[in-house]
Design a protein around this ligand. Structure first.
Ligand code: C5P
Length: 395
């Protein structure tokens, strides 16, 4: 398969050092990255860094003789899927908004026939200044995609909008553009992570689910064009920026949040590792240590997925079955018991917390194996399968 080629433009700003990390992530993601820097960017970070990371010479000059036909302004974007300028300075945005082309990068942006994405990065006041806002609006009207800026602490010590989005977020936004919009217009509800069942004011029962799979499924659904609500138990993960995320703790809280969102959902994917029991005799105060045997009474939690799938008009419900033995048999039984069109079986002894997993999809048509891959790839494959089943059923 031919690598997707992206031109990464770097303009002059403190955030230029983050562009090196972005380039590294892009290469790791399998993209062919051609870096073009402005003269100002070279004051912040060296071309040699990008050259080493991408394996390609870096270009700055419109008159660079390394391009055979002297047509660097056209040649470098030929066959490119997109130009991503990160960081995009206020000055560079002003230039683009007016169609100026006085250096290689601005010329490439003007002479392109591929999408242009900008990651603005500048001081808060520069971002808020009326001319910058005018330019940003003009660029959007011209079909340019603006990624960010984010709000937060800035290099100058001020706090506000103007920070470049994190390299991971930029890569995610770029990646999302390449994914087919299979779930466009659909609302997808997802549960993720473990639940936490309190024993007393500070202790509780939980499990080792990291939430990675559920969050990856949420990202893949977003990339496929869905509107996503993510109901998450406690995890250490950053929620996907574009999802509506509801943080919950116990299974009962998760059920309430799911019920509140389920009516509007077209698809419900239960990825959460919901605790099977909660503590009936929980203490409001911290239990004091003494010499007696402490007995916890455990009562079964509601089955959130079964609750939703047994509604008269359920959304298209997808379950996960983490098993440590008889994987397919147990998962298929679960699928039938919970009335699910699709269940995703994974081997709990290798799946929990891991980055790469094998998944087995079980539906009415039988079994489909998703060979071992990272959770993001698996989530995308799963979403493709769900979209196919959903569309066959409802369209
Ligand atoms: O029965 P089991 O817990 O193995 O089923 C797993 C599937 O059911 C997962 O999709 C999980 O999110 C969902 N589930 C749930 N509520 C529970 C238990 C499981 O939604 N109380």
């Amino acid at each position: 398969m031919e690598l997707k080629r992206i031109v990464l433009g770097v303009t002059g700003g403190v955030a230029a050092y983050k562009a090196a990390e972005l380039a590294r992530l892009m290469v790791k993601d399998g993209l062919d990255v051609q870096v073009v820097m402005t003269e100002a960017a070279r004051h912040f970070v060296g071309a040699a860094t990008f050259q080493a990371i991408t394996g390609h010479p870096v270009f700055t000059d419109l008159w660079d003789e390394r391009v055979d036909n002297g047509m660097a302004h056209i040649d470098l974007t030929r066959g490119a899927e997109a130009i991503l300028v990160a960081p995009a300075s206020a000055d560079f945005m002003a230039k683009l908004a007016h169609g100026r082309a006085d250096d290689l990068l601005s010329t490439l942006c003007l002479a392109r026939d591929c999408p242009l994405l900008l990651a603005p990065a500048m001081n808060r006041q520069m971002w808020e200044a009326p001319p910058t806002q005018r330019n940003a609006a003009q660029l959007k009207a011209d079909g340019v995609t603006l990624l960010g800026p984010a709000s937060g602490e800035q290099a100058c010590g001020e706090v506000g909008f103007g920070r470049m989005l994190a390299p991971e977020d930029l890569l995610e936004a770029l990646d999302a553009r390449f994914q087919p919009k299979r779930l466009s217009g659909l609302k997808v509800l997802i549960t993720a992570g473990p639940t936490f069942e309190p024993i007393d004011a500070v202790r509780g029962i939980t499990n080792s689910s990291s939430g990675k799979m559920g969050y990856a499924v949420a990202r893949a659904a977003l990339e496929a064009g869905a509107e996503v609500t993510l109901i998450s138990g406690p995890t250490c993960l950053a929620p996907p920026r574009e999802a509506k995320t509801v943080a919950v703790s116990s299974a009962q809280e998760m059920l309430a949040a799911v019920e509140a969102a389920a009516d509007a959902a077209d698809i419900f994917i239960g990825v959460a590792a919901v605790a099977d029991y909660y503590v009936l005799n929980r203490s409001e105060q911290k239990i004091k240590k003494d010499a007696h045997i402490l007995t916890l009474e455990l009562a079964p939690n509601p089955d959130i997925l079964a609750n939703i799938s047994s509604r008269p008009k359920p959304p298209f419900c997808v379950g996960f079955a983490a098993e440590s033995e008889n994987l397919e048999e147990y998962a298929e039984l679960k699928r039938r018991r919970k009335h699910l069109p699709l269940i995703v079986a994974n081997d709990v002894t290798e799946a929990v917390g891991a980055d790469a997993v094998q998944l087995i999809l079980l539906d009415e048509a039988g079994k489909h194996v998703l060979e071992q891959a990272d959770k993001r790839t698996q989530a995308r494959r799963l979403i493709a399968h769900i979209a196919q089943l959903y569309n066959t059923r409802y369209q």
